[in-house]
Design a protein around this ligand. Structure first.
Ligand code: CMP
Length: 138
């Protein structure tokens, strides 16, 4: 069925000038942009967004990195959006990501990995609502 996923182009992707190339790959793979925003997370927002990782050793580093510069947040729609987007972005660690994936092409490291993709329909909904009001979704 057609469903939605949520993504963020992370600070490293923006800083390295890959935003256009990544968005082109996303559209080329058949995703429709339902919402899009260039923004910067506050520390409070980043902590809340990554709450599930609060006990992980990399949590502090993750929050610091995600607030280090602007991001692009988006809601995407496609058949099988969550799973297909995770295939398109590739493994968390770019060293393990498949050829032709966004992270293989554009990520720097496991931490600075260029792009986020929701891991379930439920989280896609929560994460989308975290960044967008109903009036910002088309
Ligand atoms: P993502 O899967 O979008 O959400 C959780 C993030 O935590 C992940 O991307 C990475 O950016 C980060 N992350 C996961 N594992 C590590 C790690 N071992 N060291 C640093 N950051 C990590």
């Amino acid at each position: 069925a057609t469903n939605r996923t949520f993504t963020m182009l992370k600070p490293d992707a923006i800083e390295n000038g890959y935003a256009g190339k990544i968005i082109d790959m996303i559209i080329g793979a058949g995703f429709k942009i339902k919402a899009l925003k260039y923004t910067r997370l506050t520390e409070e927002q980043a902590k809340k967004f990554y709450e599930v990782h609060a006990e992980r050793p990399f949590y502090g580093e993750l929050v610091e990195y995600m607030t280090s510069g602007p991001i692009i947040a988006a809601i995407l729609e496609k058949e099988n959006a969550v799973a297909d987007f995770r295939t398109l972005i590739g493994a968390t660690d770019p060293a393990e990501a498949a050829e032709g994936t966004i992270r293989k092409n554009y990520a720097e490291s496991k931490g600075r990995n260029a792009v986020h993709g929701s891991d379930s329909d439920e989280n896609a909904e929560i994460e989308g609502k975290f960044h967008f009001t109903a009036a910002e979704i088309f």
